[in-house]
Design a protein around this ligand. Sequence first.
Ligand code: ADP
Length: 358
Amino acid sequence: MAQLSLQHLDKIYDNKVQAVYDFNMEVKDGELIVLVGPSGCGKSTTLRMIAGLEDITNGKLLLDGKDITAAPPKDRDMAMVFQNYALYGHMTVYENMAFSLTLRKEDPNVIHKKVLAAAEILDLTSQLNKKPSQLSGGQRQRVAMGRSIVRSPKLFLFDEPLSNLDAKLRSSTRREILLLHKRLGATMLYVTHDQTEALTLADRIVCMSMGHVQQIGTPLELYDTPANLFVASFIGLPPMNFFQVLVSGDHLISPYFTVTMSPEQKQLLAEYQGKHVTMGVRPENIQEGGDIPVNVSDNENLGMNTLVHGHFKTGEAESRVTCKFKGWCDYKKGDVVQVSFQKMHFFDQTTGNRIVKS
Ligand code: ADP
């Protein structure tokens, strides 16, 4: 069991930099939570406050109902896996994994059982007698995780554990972490700046910007109904396209296109008649066929899909747009492709917040 309650957490460093503002969340037992956001948004600080490596300036932290706000790291029953997983080079994989238990003077028989069980989970049984230098990057990362698993902590904390690995290894190790999460049923908090990792791993994502939580939700919630412009532009690759449009009668009017609203859209934007809103369209929600001309500048074949980068144009004014079409396309620079929008998101221009039904 490991439920974590983060209540109004603030972090102000000694140099007066406020890294985290009023962080609130209830992490359920067995959940895999991913904290995501650009560099410097306060993800690691949050994780380090949970681990007890940074003092909590304001707020409360409860683990299974017990107040651990001021508890030293060793009393928190958590294990942290870092990006720089320093393994002991002179020790075997077995010894590396057994190290913390040996320090704690656990019964050697218990240690042996725990190391073998962790090795089994991590598919390292045949590597136990090797030294870290004889392992691949991915295997070393697994040994680092093994060191945590043997301690059977209540909570696993991962700080960008995959960022030192190459793209292919990142994706396979990501799947291993998912598998590990399923096998152990453990509560995990995972920090990354990579939105793909967040979408593929998380039960719930916490998206942060400049120390503030922007949205907490399932990957689908953040993808389908981003709470504001920040989340809309951060989650999804290639990112969402944004256009300023005027809400006028039945229409959304931009310098480049006019779109007729559905009755639902008209109702949603009723309060915005005569005003501008920001319209967001994901690249995959732009379809070939329609009456909006895109001037192609670049055609990127990805195999299953094609990314077509281009712009809308009226007179001197231009607006860039990226479309993701199904299958293989062969557009050339200068081609004009007619498109339509399938799904649109709308944001208030003053607050940047998603416009929702009132
Ligand atoms: P992230 O993990 O999202 O990249 P961090 O939590 O590391 O972000 O940092 C958040 C903010 O806090 C940044 O502005 C960073 O410069 C600042 N910061 C981080 N660590 C310290 C520190 N020890 N002292 C002062 N400021 C810090």
